[in-house]
Write a protein that binds this ligand. Structure first.
Ligand code: PLP
Length: 432
């Protein structure tokens, strides 16, 4: 906790030590909770939809490891599968039956995925798919959208330069100007900018079909379809990043929900069932270019790791149509509960609740958010106050306005009611 009150907590003690050992005391920035103005909470364990911290406090968890835990923490099916797998060894660096089974499961869910390559992170999936698109088209430039996140490889850590459809500039020190310049960054939901950006045909357009890294900002009707047709017209590869939306929005992810097929699809999070795994896949003629079938090099020591394959398979096997219906119901219940909680202190006109199955974002904005500029103009301080107040009341939200809340099948009406009660007070505190 920030402030003195919690100075003696075990979390505070661990954080002090961690600060001297790891940059910012964490292994991934958002966990540090800086953007909501407090110190991180160190976790001891997860149970179903709850986290228990090292001081014994319980929280209803709306982060769920930022997406992988669609079944909640320590789901018995996943635990059993991983325990059975670990007894047979942790890694072989050789092919296994589980990889074949998982690849077939993925293919059965995504019409557009004829072949797949397992990797270890979403970052790696995105980076590898971009390489493949460049190889297939013989072009270098790619087009991405402002506010979309595709992992932290150099060319994908670019932001818009001045003017429309110009070369991107590095979004972080250390990203080479050359990598960023090969990326054009356009505003989400802006058809004219997109058309201008592909006038000179790029290797690829890469998009989160349902962006969730600027909060949840759905595509406007026709936007994904136009993206698809522009790629067809220009001979560019459409890379849809379903690292969040895949296996969550529907059986076949955003592509099923919106009826638009990618040439290459990025997957992660749910795919690994909480263990480090991700994948890229798509049209067979493209995937056949990947080594050793083809000449585009990409490899990984722990790719297709047997524990991750077991966790992923155990997770996906639970995700039938009844599970997706239930997830959609729970999400609607949470979105409605947050909207009702926002009414109480008169915050309704200052808060926009956006949701899609398995994902929710309360934007602290008077206007509906349709792009990154809208998300960035939210009242980030109010979101921070809201989150701090929730945490004090046993509810664990994503510590950033730009991340979605993740609903799992382990959540239930009791968890949603507890969240709604905490949220009513937290909205009042945030608006005070
Ligand atoms: C849409 C999207 N793509 C790619 C990534 C990168 O995945 P990873 O963190 O596994 O590298 C993320 C991570 O949050 C993501 O949300």
């Amino acid at each position: 906790m920030s402030g003195r009150a919690a100075v003696d907590s075990r979390s505070a003690e661990l954080y002090r030590t961690a600060l001297g050992l790891m940059p910012g005391g964490v292994n991934s920035p958002v966990r540090a909770m800086r953007s909501i103005g407090r110190d991180p909470i160190f976790i001891e364990r997860g149970e179903g939809c709850e986290l228990v911290d090292v001081d014994g406090r319980r929280y209803v968890d709306w982060v769920c490891s930022w997406g992988p835990l669609i079944l909640g923490h320590a789901s018995p099916a996943v635990v059993e599968a991983v325990v059975a797998a670990v007894r047979r060894g942790t890694s072989y660096g050789a092919p296994t039956a589980a990889e074949v089974e998982l690849a077939a499961e993925v293919g059965s869910r995504f019409d557009s995925v004829e072949m797949v390559r397992m990797v270890s992170s979403g970052t790696e999936a995105a980076m590898s798919a971009v390489r493949l698109a460049r190889a297939a088209t013989g072009r270098e430039r790619i087009v991405k959208f402002a506010g979309a996140y595709h992992g932290h490889s150099d060319g994908l850590l670019a932001e818009a330069g001045s003017g429309l459809a110009t070369q991107g500039i590095p979004a972080s020190p250390g990203v080479s100007a050359g990598s960023a310049a090969a990326t054009t960054v356009v505003p989400w939901n802006d058809l004219d900018s997109l058309a201008a950006a592909v006038a000179d045909p790029p290797a690829a357009i890469i998009a989160e079909p349902l962006p969730a890294n600027m909060g949840l900002v759905p595509p406007e009707p026709g936007f994904l379809e136009r993206m698809r047709s522009l790629c067809d017209e220009r001979g560019s590869i459409l890379i849809l990043d379903e690292v969040i939306s895949g296996f969550r929005l529907a059986r076949g992810g955003a592509q099923e929900r919106y009826g638009v097929d990618a040439d290459l699809t990025l997957m992660g999070k749910v795919l690994g069932g909480g263990l480090p795994s991700a994948a890229y896949g798509g049209r067979a003629d493209l995937m056949q270019r990947v080594a050793p079938a083809g000449d585009v090099y990409q490899a990984g020591t722990l790719a297709g790791n047997p524990l991750a394959m077991a966790a992923g398979l155990a997770t996906l096997r639970q995700l039938d149509s009844a599970a997706y219906e239930r997830l959609a119901e729970l999400t609607e219940e949470l979105a409605d509960a947050l909207a009702a909680a926002a009414e109480a202190p008169g915050a309704a006109e200052l808060v926009q609740i956006e949701s899609a199955p398995g994902l929710v974002t309360p934007f602290f904005s008077a206007e509906p958010v349709r792009d990154f500029a809208g998300a960035a103009s939210c009242d980030l301080d109010a979101y921070g106050r809201f989150c701090r107040a929730l945490l004090e009341r046993g509810v664990y939200p994503p510590a950033s306005q730009f991340e979605a809340w993740f609903v799992s099948l382990a959540h239930d009406s009791a968890a949603i009611e507890a969240t709604a009660a905490a949220a009513a007070e937290a909205f009042a505190e945030a608006m005070a």
